[in-house]
Design a protein around this ligand. Structure first.
Ligand code: DP6
Length: 346
């Protein structure tokens, strides 16, 4: 027989950024982080995992119809953790089929264009872990599975839980308390929306993994960010979400994005993730907040030049309107090569 399970996981964008590892091997972060899942328009990775004695070894992964390697240390750590949990079940109940020994076939696709420049590894690893956990009928809850996803890609642990999710840095050396925690479900603040501005289609030149290692080794601002700036921001952000206080949410989001990019600039050699178009987007957000007489939009940038702009549904016209008029009235993913910005409302 072929055993099979399918699932999906949402893209998440951090409003308090994870940047820096206290243990690169176990993928443990120096600071906690917090994200919002972009599932209003269902930005997700869909994954089917199957296993069968009729499959030949090794395990395989197909992403957006192209074969991808599972050979790296990170996917291997995830697969062996999941197999170990399945084999525990099989030892306890010998009547269960021995799925843990069978080759796996994993087929994944994103329902958003790569042009969006969204970090798909987070949703990708989260969906992979969830699909195999379902295939193996593992009893572990999403928070426990987030410990495994974290080893694939740090930000992936937050995509196992929808809505507003924190990743607590934890203090244990073995990483057992470095996991995702639900701050609030999506339904707590359902009017939250996001707009993605595509500032470039080029692949980022410094990967997150490499960039954060250089920052840990060389940045003088990094220690203050990890020890002082982020702990205060986490507290303020959790309060803003609990109280559905958009102004505070926006202020903390923008400050943390600025702090993260300042730390990148303070790295030797400096890491430039934002470009002129990104800076124009920041100015545009400042202008529309000024025009509104209050803060109705918040920008944030990950390890790349594309902006994610958070706003509340009731302010849609005031926030999205100016970008639409500047970029053309056409809906959808408009990104073009060069400096032209495309956008998508989600
Ligand atoms: C800027 O999760 O991609 O998006 O753990 O090395 O795979 P690895 O890093 P990754 O880093 C994400 C960095 C970020 C901020 C964030 O998502 O919190």
């Amino acid at each position: 027989p072929i055993y099979r399970a399918s699932t999906t996981a949402p893209v998440n964008i951090a409003v308090i950024k994870y940047w820096g590892k206290r243990d690169p091997k176990l993928n443990l972060p120096t600071n906690s982080s917090l994200s919002v899942s972009l599932d209003q328009a269902d930005l997700r990775t869909h994954t089917t995992a199957s296993c069968s004695s009729s499959y030949s070894s090794p395990d395989t992964l197909t992403l957006n119809s192209k074969p991808e390697s599972l050979e790296g240390a990170r996917p291997q750590a995830c697969l062996s953790s999941l197999r170990a949990l399945r084999s525990e079940l099989e030892e306890k109940d010998p009547s269960l089929p021995k799925l843990s020994t069978l080759p796996l076939r994993i087929v994944s696709s994103n329902n958003f264009p790569t042009a969006a420049g969204l970090a798909s590894s987070a949703a990708g690893f989260a969906a992979l872990i969830r699909a195999i956990a379902d295939l193996y009928e593992l009893p572990q809850d999403p928070t426990t599975l987030s410990l495994i996803a974290r080893q694939g890609s740090g930000s992936a642990c937050r995509s196992l839980l929808g809505g507003y999710v924190a990743w607590d840095h934890g203090t244990e050396a073995d990483g057992s308390d470095s996991k995702a925690r639900l701050v609030a479900p999506k339904s707590h603040w359902p009017s939250m929306r996001a707009l993605i501005l595509v500032a470039s289609h080029e692949k980022k030149d410094v990967s997150s993994t490499a960039g954060m290692q250089t920052t840990v080794q060389t940045s003088q601002l990094f220690k203050t960010r990890a020890e002082v700036v982020v702990p205060a921001a986490m507290e303020a952000m959790e309060k803003a979400i609990a109280e559905k206080d958009f102004e505070s949410f926006a202020k903390v989001t923008m400050r943390d994005s600025d702090s993260f990019h300042a730390t990148c600039l303070d790295t030797t050699p400096p890491i430039f993730y934002m470009n002129d178009t990104s800076r124009a987007a920041i100015r545009a957000v400042e202008n529309l907040n000024k025009r509104a007489g209050k803060i109705i939009a918040a920008y944030t940038f990950d390890a790349g030049p594309n902006a994610v702009i958070y706003y509340l549904h009731e302010n849609r016209e005031a926030v999205v309107g100016p970008f639409k008029r500047a970029l053309g009235e056409k809906e959808g993913w408009l990104g073009q090569q060069g400096a032209a910005i495309g956008y998508a409302e989600i």
